[in-house]
Design a protein around this ligand. Structure first.
Ligand code: BTN
Length: 234
């Protein structure tokens, strides 16, 4: 299947662009930007990125069969990024459920899903590529491909490969290989974590994901299956 790319030198947020125009656009419309003036992260955080140094994009899903699997789609997108990084010879690539990619214990990619259940989904991805200096005061240490390998990368080349892998793999709708890949790259495995469920804190150890891509946390007296949320490592 073909996909379509809309590029902006500058925009408020590629996620916002698709949210505002999803009705007029087709599945797998990708929007890229060199700079976002209002880049958004998860939980109302700001996603800031130097102009032209990183890959920032969002893409649109309207296909009902894919929308029904929205729980899996953020993880699958993170897996696509992780697989590409391994193809570029990065080692110690891990995925922090539900959607961050880490290299050597530092975050290199974040993903933000927005939309309306069963109507449309916008998946926004920020991958740090050539940026070498990050703002102070980030919640966790950040890294970039360039910092990890001490060379610069062709952002357009990464973009082309990633977009075509995403389109092909999404359409195959075969989740098995993704589950298997994730199980071998689970950053949280065996870690002690805290998660909020309906504002109630639960503490336990991450033991894996189930076949629906839900995170499994073993607490003192039960096995939780979590479908979304922020996981805090203790
Ligand atoms: C996170 O880790 O908090 C998610 C970060 C998502 C950032 C990307 S950059 C492209 C797209 N547009 C946005 O405004 N945010 C996402």
């Amino acid at each position: 299947m073909n996909y379509h790319v809309v590029h902006f030198d500058e925009i408020d947020s590629t996620n916002n662009y698709l949210k505002n125009s999803y009705k007029l656009l087709n599945d797998f419309t990708f929007v890229t930007a060199d700079y976002q003036s209002k880049g958004k992260g998860r939980n109302d955080r700001v996603w800031s990125s130097n102009k032209g140094e990183n890959l920032m994009f969002s893409f649109l899903i309207k296909n009902p069969a894919l929308l029904r699997k929205y729980g899996a789609l953020s993880l699958i997108t993170a897996i696509e990024v992780a697989k590409l990084l391994e193809a570029y010879n990065f080692k110690e690539v891990r995925i922090k459920w539900p959607n961050d990619v880490f290299i050597n214990d530092k975050k290199v990619c974040g993903i933000l899903l927005e939309g309306q259940i069963l109507e449309y989904l916008v998946i926004g991805v920020g991958l740090n590529v050539n940026q070498k200096i990050f703002p102070d005061g980030l919640r966790r240490p950040a890294t970039s491909l360039s910092l990890e390998m001490n060379k610069s990368f062709d952002i357009k080349e990464i973009e082309k490969e990633l977009f075509s892998n995403i389109v092909n793999d999404y359409l195959s709708l075969n989740e098995k290989p993704f589950l298997e890949y994730f199980r071998n790259h689970n950053y949280l495995l065996n870690k002690r974590v805290r998660v909020l469920i309906n504002d109630e804190p639960f503490i336990g150890e991450v033991v894996g994901i189930d076949d629906n891509f839900y995170l499994q946390i073993k607490t003192r007296d039960m096995l939780l299956h979590i479908d979304s949320g922020e996981i805090e490592i203790l």
